[in-house]
Design a protein around this ligand. Structure first.
Ligand SMILES: [Zn+2]
Length: 234
C-alpha cells in the first residue's frame, strides 16, 4: 500500500459521510415531510369536527329523551285533570302542565341548537374530507420521489463501499488502525496532503525543518503533519 491509498480511502469515507448528511437534507425529504404534516393536520381537524358532531348527537339524544319523559308525565297529569273535581287541585295540575310545557319549549330550543351545531360540524367535516384526496396524492408523489432519491443514494453508497473494500484489502491491519485513529481524532478527516509547504488539513505552512522531517521517510511511507498530527501524504 502507499500513502496515496490513505488519501483515496479518506476520499471514499468523506464521500460516504457526505451521503449520510445529504440523506438527512434531501429536498425530497423536506417536501414529503411537509406533505405528511399537512395531511396529519387535516386528519386532526377531521377528528375534531367528528367530535363536534358526536357531542351534538349526544345533546340531541339527551333532549329527545328528556322530552319523551316530560310528555309521559304530561299525559298522566292531563288524565288526572279529567278526574279531579276540586278547583284548587285542578289549578295545581294546570300549573304543573304549564311548567312542563315551558320545560319542553326549552328542550326543543336546545335540540334545535344541537341540530344546528351538528350540521355545522358535518359541513366542516365535508370541507376537510374534500381536501384529503389531493393531499394524499401529493403525499404519494413526494413519497415516491423520496424513495427514488434514496435509492439513487444507495447506488452511490454501494459503489463507494465496493471501492472501500478494494482499498482496505491492500492495507495492513496496522495501517488501517492508524487511519481509523486519525479519522476519529480529527472528526472524519485524518489524512491531509502536502501542497508545497502547506498542510491541507490544518492549513499551516511548514517550516523548512518541518518539511525535511515530513520528507524524511521514503516515498510512499507515512508522514505526519508536525503542526496538526494528521497523516500527511506528499
Ligand atoms: Zn497539518
Amino acid at each position: 500500500m502507499t500513502a496515496h491509498d490513505f488519501l483515496q480511502l479518506q476520499a471514499v469515507d468523506t464521500a460516504l459521510d457526505a451521503i449520510t448528511n445529504r440523506r438527512l437534507r434531501l429536498p425530497e425529504l423536506l417536501a414529503h415531510e411537509g406533505d405528511k404534516a399537512g395531511l396529519e393536520a387535516i386528519e386532526a381537524a377531521m377528528a375534531a369536527a367528528q367530535a363536534r358532531i358526536d357531542a351534538a348527537q349526544l345533546a340531541i339524544e339527551a333532549a329527545e329523551h328528556a322530552n319523551h319523559e316530560l310528555t309521559t308525565k304530561r299525559t298522566r297529569l292531563e288524565a288526572q285533570l279529567k278526574t279531579v273535581i276540586a278547583t284548587r287541585e285542578a289549578e295545581a295540575l294546570i300549573s304543573q302542565i304549564a311548567t312542563i310545557n315551558g320545560q319542553r319549549g326549552e328542550l326543543d330550543d336546545r335540540e334545535l341548537a344541537a341540530l344546528d351545531e351538528q350540521a355545522a360540524g358535518e359541513s366542516e367535516l365535508a370541507a376537510l374530507q374534500a381536501k384529503v384526496p389531493a393531499l394524499r396524492a401529493a403525499c404519494d408523489l413526494t413519497g415516491a420521489a423520496l424513495a427514488d432519491a434514496l435509492a439513487a443514494l444507495e447506488v452511490e453508497v454501494a459503489g463507494l463501499r465496493a471501492e472501500r473494500e478494494g482499498l482496505v484489502a491492500t492495507m495492513s491491519a496496522a495501517d488501517l488502525a492508524t487511519y481509523a485513529h486519525a479519522r476519529k481524532q480529527f472528526h472524519g478527516v485524518g489524512v491531509a496532503h502536502l501542497e508545497g509547504s502547506h498542510c491541507s488539513g490544518c492549513h499551516m505552512d511548514l517550516s523548512p525543518a518541518e518539511l525535511d522531517q515530513v520528507k524524511a521517510p521514503p516515498a510512499g511511507a507515512l508522514s505526519e503533519c508536525p503542526q496538526c498530527g494528521r497523516i500527511l501524504v506528499r
